[in-house]
Design a protein around this ligand. Structure first.
Ligand code: GAL
Length: 420
């Protein structure tokens, strides 16, 4: 009898505790509505870490997911929301999109948190130039991703000889060996941002970092119209020969799933793909292998997910809590391990990360010291949206056989010129 009573008491005490917890979140009256495009399994799991941390601070999380890799669809929804006077509290943004919203004067100033927590001392310069506008912090960077990676099924790799390709010819030889195994050599999702993610890898590998800088960062018409760029498009066509028939429109995580289940050999994708391996309980070095896209070791094409806040007088406290939670060092470790990215802070130890994460951290550091840490085109860190979309159109049209390599080069020069 006493036992039953004690259990009931404990249970109701638990309920009371739960209810109090819920009430304190409500009592604070603080909530954030967060617009983002993290809908893949690993992405949602990573975001959940932030959501839970914030709820511990008494801030209620209102989720506003808009599916679509690289945020293309999310950006359309965001524009519609802002235009109708209903901006979300916070939004996931990339590079030039942060700057564009900042220019319109609609973003909240995060200086009070950034100064108190000394973000300036730990967030790399390359990120600060997007997270700050006019000398003020307007976004909180949550991670550093990079796009020049290959994710490969370990069994298929071993069967193909297990030698990491370091140049184009070796890469093609590896894809051929995977074809002989009867699997799809290249796991591929035919969406403009994915085509362009692959394209930027091929640009960097074919022309090297100086060419990448001229063509992609400086948008130099000579580089865009060069024979090197023609070779890049020829190589894109070559890659087309290694994808399956159903690639068109496929989401990136479904392509990753093919590498995970062994029906495809490898994927050229940013390190968010690693999140999907981890989410499927696969281990780096055992089930899958990561290396830099052949010919790009030493260089890093990066993108960083940032959260910007829309200026809302009633939500200032909750927004500051969100910004602070994002830069919290232990959160940076917990989140980035799940997401596949590396921390946005330079003072985070690497030991809790898997071998790919540790390599990612080391590579970013080295590339940054050597001047070869360069913005990703497909993920908004090389050029504003208009120019990026001009690349998307030509790259996708060429990959799908609408242009040959010479026509693509000509179209690219004109399209980029027109969009600048
Ligand atoms: C990138 C973003 C990543 C990941 C990926 C796929 O642009 O930075 O965090 O979400 O898109 O959607």
């Amino acid at each position: 009898m006493f036992r039953r009573f004690a259990t009931a008491l404990a249970a109701s005490a638990g309920l009371v505790a739960l209810a109090t917890g819920a009430a304190s979140a409500q009592d604070s009256g603080q909530s954030v509505e967060v617009l983002h495009w993290w809908t893949a399994g690993s992405e949602a799991a990573a975001l959940n870490v932030l959501k839970q941390n914030l709820e511990k601070e008494g801030v209620t999380w209102k989720d506003m997911p808009v599916a679509g890799g690289a945020g293309t669809e999310a950006m359309t929804v965001l524009r519609a929301r802002v235009t109708s006077g209903n901006a979300p509290t916070a939004v996931q943004l990339l590079g030039f999109d942060v700057t564009d919203w900042a220019k319109q004067g609609v973003l909240a100033n995060l200086d009070p948190v950034a100064e108190e927590e000394k973000w300036g001392e730990v967030i790399p310069e390359a990120l600060q130039s997007f997270a700050k506008y006019d000398g003020h912090w307007i976004a909180a960077p949550v991670n550093i991703h990079s796009t020049n990676w290959i994710w490969i099924n370990k069994a298929a790799f071993d069967k193909a000889g297990g030698k990491q390709p370091t140049n184009w010819d070796e890469f093609i030889a590896l894809l051929d060996k995977m074809k002989e195994q009867g699997i799809t050599p290249l796991a591929y999702g035919g969406q403009a941002w994915q085509d362009t993610t692959v394209f930027e890898n091929v640009v960097l590998s074919t022309g090297g970092p100086d060419f990448y800088k001229k063509a992609i960062l400086d948008l130099d018409s000579e580089a865009l119209g060069s024979d090197t760029m023609k070779t890049v498009f020829e190589r894109m066509t070559q890659l087309r020969g290694y994808v399956d028939d159903n690639f068109s429109g496929r989401d990136w995580n479904l392509a990753t799933a093919k590498v995970i289940d062994g029906s495809a050999g490898l994927q050229i994708m940013g390190d968010w793909a690693k999140g999907e391996f981890r989410n499927a309980d696969k281990k780096a070095g055992e089930d899958f292998v990561c290396f830099r896209f052949p010919g790009t070791q030493g260089d890093v094409t990066f993108n960083s997910d940032m959260f910007a806040m829309f200026d809302q007088k009633s939500n200032v406290e909750a927004q500051r809590k969100l910004a602070s939670a994002i830069e919290d060092p232990s959160f940076q470790i917990a989140f980035n391990k799940v997401k596949g990215s590396v921390p946005a802070r330079t003072d985070i130890p690497a030991d809790e990360f898997d071998p790919c994460g540790q390599k990612g951290m080391k590579d970013v550091k080295e590339a940054s010291a050597n001047g070869t840490l360069m913005g990703s085109l497909a993920h908004g860190y090389a050029a504003p949206a208009g120019v990026k979309n001009a690349f998307f159109d030509v790259v996708t049209a060429e990959f799908n056989g609408q242009y040959d390599a010479s026509e693509a080069v000509e179209q690219l020069v004109n399209a980029v010129e027109g969009a600048k």
